[in-house]
Design a protein around this ligand. Sequence first.
Ligand code: ATP
Length: 234
Amino acid sequence: MSLLEVSGLTAGYGSHAAIHDVAARAERGEVTALVGHNGAGKTTLLNSIAGVLRNVRGSVVFDGVETLRGGSRRRPSGLAMVPQGMGVFPSLTVGENVTLGVTAGGKVSKEEAAERIKVAQGYLPLLAERWNERGGRLSGGQRQMVSIGRALVSGASCILLDEPSVGLSPKLVEDMMKVFATLRDAGLAIVLVEQNVKQALTIADRVVVMKAGRVIVDSSAEEFSSRESLWELF
Ligand code: ATP
């Protein structure tokens, strides 16, 4: 069974459905790239999975548990989301910003918290280097790393990232993709929303294409790269 399995998902804003009957999945140890033009419904899908949106119908099964049942639409424990725009508090230090994530998945002991922080610093050395620096003094790329660090310390096994590369230099994007590949190799499920399909294909294992609120392609990255007809969607 997939770590995350979505089916028949319809969601939107007020009476307007922005995504329709969506099916998708994410596996441990894989990067799933979610691509599509502006307004295709990528953010709506992530928000529906993460329990951010109320107006959601269908099924979201995370780690074997249906999370939409009984009107409870909280973020499943073990799943973290890095929203677009990052959400790093400028007046808090890097350490404080990251530590906020520790209890996001539930209470943990001091020892467990310290261990998670150590592991996150291992993946993202910048966190230790700038631990006492205020968030407001960081560049866009550095803030993105802090947001990813916050998701990591929650103990998540699946991380949803909404266009993390927006506004970053090519070098920083490359560094960030390497971090995602390392996390994938460590067994995490990574769902990566990317406008830049070529960029996404550098690390993706699967590609899901959305158009006008629907999934129109769900294939292995290998197949996607080799079939020109799929590329022509962009
Ligand atoms: P982008 O790459 O621009 O973020 P996206 O693929 O993530 O696009 P969504 O942001 O999910 O697409 O938008 C899907 C549809 O829902 C669009 O028609 C958009 O206008 C609409 N929409 C998004 N957010 C809201 C909102 N808060 N209220 C009303 N409609 C919204």
